[in-house]
Write a new protein. Structure first.
Ligand SMILES: Nc1ncnc2c1ncn2[C@@H]1O[C@H](COP(=O)(O)OP(=O)(O)OP(=O)(O)O)[C@@H](O)[C@H]1O
Length: 548
């Protein structure tokens, strides 16, 4: 790095600012240069350059050519004050060395332990730093190598998802994070530390998305807006990008140049998340959130060509699953809990289908699974942190989380590094985009209030209409294909049952035939013997007659 201050590579500015920038930039993306830009969140558009071997930490349990297993870590929180005050019995035991968690169940007055093994287990005494070192440090390295990585926290409400992901946040003391700082602020700090130690030239942008009751909102959108379409309130559209990925239309993406800037953004965004008091958590997050950090780093090839590599880290804090009757949710809150459970159920179905390879994967059944598509069975490197509580009162939900997380261990992703971009090509695009922006500015000045030239507006509108019609057609086509696929799957399943039935019958018949053949052989033998006896007797009679 030429200076210790973070710098922005032009290419990265470019990608940061395009209104339809996908998560994996390509040279054809049109750059812009504002510090705050509209952007899209694209889950599945990583461009393939090569398939490098996974890092040891991520390769563990990976399946050779079949992909790399998702890493699943388990964290059990300590008993809280209320649980301690009423001496709540503990039913969870964590063995960190053996990577095992045991849940003691009492069935018909018998204690039956169920034990689950994970890639890593963090007991109630584990520190935020421990979780970070094992779950995040390797992934931060992968992001800086140009991969897309996702870390998500899953678990029942009140088990420590937000604590693990955000914790005490990023309130630094003498430049150091507090001991309760969670995964996100620690990841941010590490990214900046590494980039600065490498003297890298880079740029970084962040986004913060909320998914609440199946509606997407931008947690970084300005609070007050003089424009009628205030994005902080207006739900945003999740669009297919035509390449198997999705993007969120018009999502804000802020260019950042220091860790403290990100901490402030995080605080601002987290403050806007929908929370409510439940029986199980005084400040329960009622929404799913995705905090994304995209980094562009400049590199030079041995030939002196300047290239830009891009990596992305998605940090997902899921809303907690809850038992509605136990959590005391009523009316609006019950609907909210129902929606949360519904999207988590779809997530569960996606996980099951991926693990069982049982055909059509229902990603499209919820926005959550559409957003996480590339992280579950795609090209992203993924780590799930499953959180549980040790108390006996949470046992049912704990067992369900353990089952869920244990299944997810079998999902295989095929991580691929994002293709590097040539800086020269990006600069060319940047100039082109600057020209376009100048024209827009000119139009805005001249026509006072119109932000793009009229002709461009009409062209954009026509293109938008055509694209939306095309999208509708494609969606319809896809739906009918999905239906067809389901029908075929049904047909296949019933044929399978029929064929199994016929095989059974065939086996029974073959067995009976063998038995009949044996009986026949015995009868033949007996018949021969009787025949011989008759012949002997006839001979004797004949002799007797002759002599008599
Ligand atoms: N490992 C831990 N150590 C200490 N305190 C913890 C730990 N995990 C959670 N807590 C505390 O438990 C409470 C609930 O945690 P948190 O809000 O993170 O749960 P959650 O899973 O995000 O819940 P929800 O799904 O309802 O948002 C918080 O007060 C938090 O500080």
């Amino acid at each position: 790095m030429e200076t210790s201050t973070p710098r922005r590579a032009p290419a990265a500015d470019a990608a940061a600012a395009s209104s339809y920038v996908s998560m994996s930039p390509s040279p054809s993306h049109t750059p812009r240069s504002s510090t705050k830009a509209k952007r899209t969140l694209n889950n599945g558009a990583a461009i393939v350059a090569s398939s490098p071997s996974p890092s040891p930490s991520l390769a563990k349990g990976g399946g050779g050519g079949g992909g790399v297993n998702i890493q699943v870590l388990l964290r059990c929180r300590p008993l809280n004050k209320e649980e301690l005050s009423i001496n709540t019995p503990v039913v969870i035991t964590c063995n960190e060395q053996r990577r095992e968690v045991s849940a003691a169940q009492n069935i018909a007055n018998k204690q039956i332990d169920r034990t689950f093994v994970f890639d890593k287990v963090f007991g109630p005494k584990s520190k935020q730093q421990d979780v970070f070192n094992h779950a995040v440090v390797p992934l931060v390295g992968e992001v800086l190598d140009g991969y897309n990585c996702t870390i998500f926290a899953y678990g029942q409400t009140g088990t420590g998802k937000t604590y693990t992901m955000e914790g005490g946040g990023g309130k630094t003391q003498n430049g150091e994070l507090p001991s309760d700082a969670g995964v996100i602020p620690r990841a941010v700090k590490r990214i900046f530390d590494i980039l600065e130690a490498q003297s890298a030239e880079y740029s970084m942008k962040v986004s913060f998305l909320e998914l609440y009751n199946e509606e997407l909102t931008d947690l970084l959108a300005p609070e007050e807006s003089k424009f009628s379409d205030d994005k902080s309130k207006k739900p945003m559209a999740l669009m297919e990008d035509g390449k198997g990925g999705v993007f969120v239309r018009g999502l804000e993406e802020e260019v950042v140049s220091s860790a403290s800037e990100i901490y402030k953004i995080l605080e601002r965004g987290s403050g806007k998340r929908k929370t409510a008091e439940t029986f199980l958590n005084k400040q329960s997050s009622r929404s799913h959130s995705i905090f994304s950090i995209t980094i562009h780093i400049k590199e030079c090839t041995p030939e002196g060509e300047e290239m830009i590599k891009c990596g992305k880290l998605n940090l997902v804090d899921l809303a907690g699953s809850e038992n509605i009757s136990r959590s005391g949710a009523r009316d609006g809150r019950a609907r909210e809990a129902g929606e949360i459970n519904k999207s988590l159920l779809t997530l569960g179905r996606v996980i099951n289908t991926l693990v069982e390879h049982s055909g059509h994967i229902p990603y499209r059944d919820s926005k959550l699974t559409r957003l996480l598509r590339d992280s579950l069975g795609g090209k992203t490197k993924t780590c799930i942190i499953a959180t549980i509580a040790p108390s006996v009162h949470c046992l049912d939900e704990t067992l369900s989380t353990l089952d869920y997380a244990h299944r997810a261990k079998n999902i295989k992703n095929k991580p691929e590094v994002n293709q590097k971009m040539m800086k020269s090509a990006l600069i060319k695009d940047l100039y082109f985009e600057m020209d376009r922006l100048k024209q827009e500015l000119y139009a805005a000045r001249e026509k006072n209030g119109i932000y793009i030239p009229g002709e461009q507006y009409l062209a954009d509108e026509a293109e938008k209409k055509a694209m939306s019609e095309k999208l509708d057609r494609l969606e319809l086509g896809l739906e009918s294909k999905d239906k067809q696929l389901d029908e075929l799957q049904g047909l296949y399943d019933s044929q399978k049952v029929l064929s199994a039935d016929l095989s059974d019958k065939l086996q029974t018949l073959q067995k009976r035939m063998q038995e009949t053949e044996c009986a026949l052989a015995v009868l033949e033998e007996k018949y021969m013997q009787a025949n011989n006896t008759i012949k002997e007797k006839e001979y004797l009679i004949e002799n007797l007659l002759k002599t008599g």
